[in-house]
Every structure is written in structure tokens, then in C-alpha cells.
Design a protein around this ligand. Structure first.
Ligand SMILES: [Zn+2]
Length: 477
């Protein structure tokens, strides 16, 4: 009898388990199907397109047209007074959630950015742009102002290069900005903490911090020109760019797919004697600390050779040589470096003065040879104190100057005009010849290259797209 009742009990339990299993499957089925449908959303490079680029989807929260129009019409200046009067009434989250939408409008509907470009009678290019090299203070006002500039100029995503040291307030503020704007619109690089650089274990510590930062939202680490020109070793000598102390960081970056943005050296004139004969005397007078003339500093060529040594030693790490690989004066050198090191990318930030001095055909040839390895970037600073447009300036730049700064970029890359002004006049008293890139090259340079290099891995790192969707809808904090 004992055996019989045990068998009966086992049967009963088995039936209950099967029934429960059925219930679970039925309950989950729509969810599973929904997940299927979500991942088969329009894709680019194997990653589903961000919501703003694929039109309304099944998960879109409908918004009334009037509300949308109201949001568009509001201008930061008219809202400023309201903001200061009631600083606590709206939560940061509510306030921030508007920022992402505003940035989206850069490519949605009629694009004012296109109409305002002065030189394009035919509006030839008018493509969405990713500014891969910005320094926007991670505070509400500067971000809001930057977005207003971006909306007016067609920039739809941006990448901050000064995310601060891991764990610092600046770093945390960048995480908050990213939360507000979305992973597909905003990315940032952290910076190194040089304190204790000569103590054992410094490189390992920074490598570990980089890994933590990338897990939390950074895309890589940006190294300022202080490496090679400012940081000293235990004997008081300048640390070379290829010092083994930094090897753990380069190695870790390669392992986790983080990008290393390198600023190595500076323009030739900064290494020459300052004074009236120096072609960048205006700039050096304004910023004397940018002069690296004298026996204390290594030669510019030495710094670049050290940089290239790092590229060679760490072929699995992606390096982004900002300011056209920090050798815009020598395009042949840049081409050779790009050819020799497939792990090397460059941006054009703040160097149109130098790049535009070359014959346009030569510059175009560089873009034709490396169509996927050159990123658009400007080096724009927007802080609570104002703007910096590629360099220091004699008079304080205004909002309209920032718009003109971007327009000067479009003018250079899209038109074929000769002897035009470059975006940052203080960088030299000469004119430049526009390069007039064909549309496919422009599209890659303005958008696709940065999207693939910076944003695709960033989104993929958040592994589950479903999580990402919920995050965008505000369900996941
Ligand atoms: Zn910069």
C-alpha cells in the first residue's frame, strides 16, 4: 500500500509540474515572440537602429503632435528664467528626458541645419553628423546649449573626450548625461589619474579602472598631451609616450574593446621659438603654456615615433589619433601610419587650418584611401563660462560664433571653394582650399565611421537589446 500511494503521489506531482510548465510557456509566449520581433527591427551593421532612426515602432509611446510642437518651440533663453525661478519643481530626470528628444530632432522632419548652410545653394550634402570630439561640461545648462547648437547644425550624436577620472564627480556627471541622452546619442572617454604614476601598480590600477568605467558606460580613455610633455617619472624626467608603466592600460583596452584616444605632441609651430616670426604667435601669446620650445621638451618627431611604437606593440588595441594623428602638417606621414597600423584611426578635430593648407586633391586622396578610418570631430568646448571653438580666441565667442564654427567645417568639407577662412582664425593668418568630398565619403566621415567605431560596440556591450529598449522608454533606471 505504501508503494502504491508513493507512486500515486509521484504521478500527481509530475502532473502538477507539467501543468505549471504549460502555464509558464503560455504566459511567456507573447513575450518571446515580442523579443523576436524586436531584434528583427531595422538594423545597421548587425545592431538594431536606434528608435529615432527607424520611425515609430510597436513599442513607441504615442505623443500628441501639439505637445511635440510645444517642446520644439520653446527656446532655452525663454526657458532660462522659468528654470531659475523654479529650480526644484521638475525632477532632474523629467528635465533631462527632454534633452534626448531635442537631439533627435536634428535629423527628424525638416532640418533647419540644411537650410542655413550658406554655401550650399543646392544643399548638396546635408547629412546627419556625429561630432566625435567634444568637450561639453556634463551639467544641464552647457549640455542644453550644446544641443541647441547641434540642432542648428545637424549634429545628432556627440562624444565627450573629457569624462574625468574614474569615480570622480565629473565622471559620475557624464554617466548621468548618458542616462539622459541614451547610449546611442552620447558616448564619452574617461581620463587617467596620474597621481601615483611612479608607484608600483599604478598601471594595473588604471587598467582596472578603465575596465570598470567601460562596464559602466565609457567607451575608452583619452590621453591628453601631458603624456610626453608634462608627466614626469621618479627622476623628474618627462615620461615617454611608450613608457612600460602604461602598458597594462594599453593591454587591458585591447582585451575589453576600449578605444584609446591619443593626443601626442602638437602643431609644429608650438615646438618652435615663440615670437613675432612664429606663425602661431597670436595663439601662443594667448596661451603661453602651449609652447614646447626649449631643451626641456622632446622633439615633436620623437613623440610621434614613441606613439607609433605603442601602435606597433599593441596591435589588438584600437588607437584614435586625434587632430589627424597629431601630424596634420604631414599628410604623407599620416597615410603611412594608417597603412602600417590597421589599429589606428584619426579625427580632424581643430586642425582644419593645417589640413586645408594642403592641395585639396591630396587631402581627398587620404579620404579615398582610408574611407573608414577618419572621423569627424571639432574639439568644441561648451562650459558654464562659454565656448572654445578649436582654440583660444581674442574675444569671447558667442552662440552664433559656435554655429559659424560648424558652418566653416561644412564649407571646407562639402564645397570646392578656394581661399576660404578656416574655422579657427587664431590658428594662423592664412586661407584654406576646400576639399569638396563626394557624398559617399562624406557620409562615412560625418557619421558611419564614428557610429561603427564608437556607438556600435557601446550598444553591443549592453548585450541585451531588450534591456536597452526598456532603458530608452524609461522603465530601467
Ligand atoms: Zn580635445
Amino acid at each position: 500500500m505504501g508503494t502504491l500511494s508513493r507512486t500515486r503521489a509521484t504521478l500527481l506531482v509530475a502532473m502538477v509540474v507539467v501543468a505549471l510548465g504549460l502555464v509558464v510557456v503560455v504566459q511567456l509566449w507573447p513575450g518571446l515572440v515580442g523579443l523576436e520581433r524586436k531584434t528583427s527591427a531595422p538594423e545597421r551593421d548587425g545592431v538594431p537602429l536606434p528608435r529615432n532612426e527607424r520611425g515609430p515602432g510597436p513599442d513607441e509611446v504615442p505623443r500628441s503632435r501639439t505637445r511635440e510642437r510645444r517642446e520644439t518651440r520653446r527656446h532655452p533663453r525663454t526657458r532660462r528664467s522659468a528654470d531659475t525661478k523654479t529650480p526644484r519643481r521638475r525632477s532632474r530626470r523629467q528635465r533631462d528626458s527632454k534633452l534626448g528628444k531635442l537631439l533627435d530632432e536634428g535629423i527628424q522632419g525638416p532640418r533647419p541645419a540644411c537650410d542655413r548652410r550658406p554655401f550650399t545653394a543646392s544643399n548638396r550634402a546635408c547629412l546627419p553628423v556625429i561630432d566625435s570630439h567634444t568637450h561639453i561640461s556634463p551639467l544641464y545648462r552647457p549640455v542644453r546649449t550644446a544641443i541647441e547648437i547641434f540642432r542648428r547644425t545637424g549634429v545628432v550624436k556627440f562624444v565627450n573626450k573629457s569624462g574625468g577620472r574614474y569615480g570622480s564627480p565629473r565622471y559620475k556627471a557624464h554617466i548621468a548625461v548618458q542616462r539622459a541622452l541614451g547610449w546611442d546619442r552620447f558616448a564619452f572617454f574617461i581620463n587617467l589619474d596620474w597621481r601615483g604614476v611612479n608607484k608600483p601598480g599604478w598601471g594595473e590600477r588604471e587598467a582596472k579602472n578603465l575596465a570598470l568605467a567601460v562596464r559602466e558606460g565609457a567607451v575608452g580613455v583619452k590621453i591628453f598631451k601631458t603624456l610626453g610633455l608634462g608627466v614626469e617619472d621618479e627622476k623628474g624626467k618627462l615620461l615617454p609616450v611608450d613608457d612600460p608603466k602604461l602598458f597594462p592600460i594599453w593591454k587591458k583596452a585591447g582585451e575589453i574593446g576600449a578605444i584609446v584616444a591619443l593626443h601626442t605632441g602638437d602643431p609644429k609651430a608650438f615646438f618652435e621659438k615663440p615670437g613675432p616670426t612664429n606663425e602661431r604667435n597670436d595663439e601662443l601669446t594667448k596661451a603661453p603654456s602651449w609652447s614646447f620650445y626649449g631643451p626641456k621638451f622632446p622633439k615633436r618627431e620623437t613623440l610621434l615615433a614613441q606613439r607609433d611604437h605603442v601602435l606597433q606593440l599593441f596591435p589588438k588595441t584600437t588607437f584614435l589619433g586625434i587632430h589627424l594623428g597629431n601630424n596634420p602638417e604631414d599628410i604623407d606621414y599620416v597615410a603611412r601610419t594608417l597603412e602600417r597600423y590597421p589599429n589606428f584611426y584619426v579625427d580632424v578635430a581643430a586642425r582644419l587650418g593645417e589640413i586645408g593648407r594642403h592641395p585639396p586633391a591630396k587631402v581627398r586622396r587620404l579620404f579615398e584611401r582610408f574611407p573608414t578610418r577618419i572621423l569627424f570631430g571639432t574639439d568644441i568646448f561648451v562650459t558654464s563660462r562659454g565656448y572654445q571653438l578649436g582654440s583660444v580666441s581674442k574675444t569671447k565667442p558667442l552662440f552664433e560664433d559656435a554655429i559659424a564654427f560648424y558652418r566653416a567645417h561644412w564649407h571646407y568639407f562639402e564645397s570646392s571653394d578656394r581661399q576660404i577662412a578656416h574655422p579657427t582664425p587664431i590658428q594662423g593668418k592664412w586661407k584654406i582650399d576646400a576639399v569638396g568630398l563626394p557624398r559617399p565619403l562624406l557620409q562615412a566621415f560625418y557619421y558611419d565611421n564614428a557610429w561603427k567605431l564608437i556607438f556600435v560596440p557601446q550598444i553591443a556591450r549592453r548585450k541585451r537589446w531588450g534591456d536597452y529598449q526598456r532603458y530608452r522608454l524609461g522603465i530601467v533606471p
